[in-house]
Design a protein around this ligand. Structure first.
Ligand code: AMP
Length: 215
């Protein structure tokens, strides 16, 4: 499948993307995960992105498009891809359209995960993430805790609260989402690609996505 997952921070994009990769071998491409890996490794990209990320702002479109152009050309994308956290702005969506045309590829669907604001706030403040850049498994201190001493159940690395999950950064990320990313809902509606899903259970969401792709 070739899909985009749209939704506010905390809507569950990463969790759903990981579940979908088990379905047909499509790869999850999360610009947030790629950027966090680059920040941890202190690469040139990481150094440029770090400040924006810590403030809860978006990283400039040209940097993001450089990452995505290189990533979508990698051979593992041939089976399909699940774009998680990209595009985040109208210029990114327009650049993605051009890039896919160049690569002779088409999106199957854009899935908009519609989750109430109170659920989002609760999820973001209780979310924890594996600190290993190659794992980045997502935990929740209430519903999916790591080991009692705070280690990842998959790889054993420490599970941490992300630097951008303080109340200030979360508030800023939600504002950024409303201002810059929410307009993509109308953009993809007009493109005839949008499917909005309002369920809360991950299993139900995954089933609905599979159905909508078969149509
Ligand atoms: P995420 O893990 O998707 O919530 O992303 C974490 C942070 O990485 C965001 O708050 C942005 O600072 C940055 N980021 C991730 N994806 C993008 C994108 N497509 N465009 C701009 N910034 C991004």
């Amino acid at each position: 499948m070739r899909i985009v997952l749209l939704g506010a921070p905390g809507a569950g994009k990463g969790t759903i993307a990981k579940l979908l990769t088990d379905y047909d071998g499509s790869v999850q491409i999360s610009t947030g995960d790629i950027l966090r890996g680059a920040v941890k490794a202190q690469t040139e990209l990481g150094k440029k992105a770090q400040g924006y990320m810590e403030r809860g702002e978006l990283v400039p479109d040209d940097l993001i498009m450089e990452i995505m152009e290189a990533r979508l050309k990698e051979p593992d994308c041939e089976k399909g891809f699940i774009l998680d956290g990209f595009p985040r702005t109208i210029p990114q969506a327009e650049a993605l359209k051009k890039l896919l045309e160049k690569l002779n590829l088409k999106l199957d669907k854009v899935i908009n995960l519609d989750v109430p604001k109170d659920v989002i706030l609760d999820r973001l403040t209780t979310r924890r993430t594996c600190s290993n850049p190659d794992c980045q498994e997502i935990y929740n201190i209430k519903s999916k805790p790591p080991t009692p001493d705070g280690k990842c159940l998959k790889c054993g690395s420490p599970v941490v609260q992300r630097a951008d999950e303080t109340v200030e950064a979360i508030t800023k990320r939600l504002e950024t989402y409303n201002e810059k990313t929410a307009p993509l809902i109308e953009y993809y509606e007009k493109e005839g690609l949008l499917k909005t899903i309002s369920s809360l259970s991950s299993e139900e969401i995954v089933e609905k996505i599979k159905e909508s792709i078969k149509q």
